[in-house]
Design a protein around this ligand. Structure first.
Ligand code: HSE
Length: 308
């Protein structure tokens, strides 16, 4: 086997109340990554997308994640990487995670699967660290495991899949960039116990809602009293969009990851389309360019599409 091509999905992390611990992979959008084994040592990266990302493997998220895996194997040969990203960096839908997860899954397949999914998450986290300045796996784990996951413990990578009833996800990506590192810097270092209690209750409610297919409980639990009040100030139109989407029938939603994308969950495809129309109307009036997606949960995560 000499070359492998994978798709690597966007993801919505946090899911409002589950900061750094909950995330789900999406069917759309996704990146495409081709990895070619080479006798020439080192990593060479080429981007065929318009995002002007560094090709230097030490400054490229995929390069750092792949190098981390190569170090663990004491791998002496090299790789050529061709990346075609559709997930815009700084969008809040897991662009860096898609790069890091996609490359390590691809390399693992090409090398005969020497590593477990958990080990792949650990390598990919080294890439994610470059993007956000912190190690968290709430976008990476759903990319690698697929579906909706809980990262119960980041240090030991205790990752738990959570089943869900059918859900439709509407995402709007206002074309402004918010760097994850900045969106993390501005967060409070300490929180009142009263807020923590509300947040814990919502995380428990949300997970229970997914497992019991209780849409009403899912909707009631999609609330964030800690992160959203701070980060929503960075997103024009946030409160108006959230309110109007719920009026249009969305179960609930909020900031996707560290923003600026917003996501809403709906019980039916038609409601998810109504929600999309509401989002478009608000951002058109605000004069902010945007992209929208109406999609579902990707149960597989990174997928091999070609092996030569
Ligand atoms: N959980 C992370 C955050 C996701 O909200 O900062 C972004 O990488």
């Amino acid at each position: 086997m000499k070359s492998i091509t994978v798709t690597s999905p966007a993801s919505v992390s946090n899911l409002c109340c589950g900061f750094d611990i909950l995330g789900m992979a999406l069917k759309e959008p996704f990146d495409t990554i081709q990895l070619l084994a080479s006798d020439e040592p080192g990593i060479r990266i080429q981007h065929t997308d318009p995002f002007d990302l560094p090709s230097d493997p030490e400054k490229n998220i995929a390069g750092v994640a792949l190098q981390s895996m190569m170090n663990a194997l004491n791998y002496k040969a090299g790789f050529d990487v061709i990346m075609h990203k559709q997930i815009k960096p700084g969008s809040g839908i897991g662009s860096s995670a898609a790069s890091a997860a996609g490359i390590v899954v691809a390399a693992n397949e090409l090398l005969g699967r020497p590593f477990s999914k958990k080990e792949l998450v650990a390598f990919a986290m080294d890439g994610e660290m470059l993007a956000s300045g912190s190690k968290h796996a709430d976008n990476l784990a759903p990319c690698i495991y697929g579906g909706l996951v809980l990262v119960r413990d980041t240090a030991t990578l205790d990752i738990v899949g959570i089943s869900t009833p059918p859900l439709y996800i509407t995402v709007i990506h206002p074309q402004i960039e918010i760097k994850t590192s900045y969106a993390r810097e501005i967060l409070p270092k300490e929180i009142p116990l009263k807020s923590a209690v509300v947040q814990w209750a919502n995380v428990a409610g949300l997970v229970t809602g997914f497992l019991k297919a209780d849409y009403s409980l899912i909707g009631r639990s999609l609330e964030d009293v800690i992160i959203e009040p701070v980060r929503s100030k960075l997103i024009p139109g946030f409160h108006e969009v959230k309110g109007k989407c719920k009026e249009a029938g969305a179960l609930g939603g909020g900031i996707s990851g560290s923003g600026p994308s917003l996501f809403m969950l709906s019980e039916s495809a038609s409601t998810a389309s109504d929600v999309e129309a509401v989002m478009k109307t608000v951002y058109t009036r605000l004069g902010i360019a945007f992209k929208t997606y109406v999609t579902t949960i990707h149960e597989k995560g990174v997928e091999v599409i070609e092996i030569i």
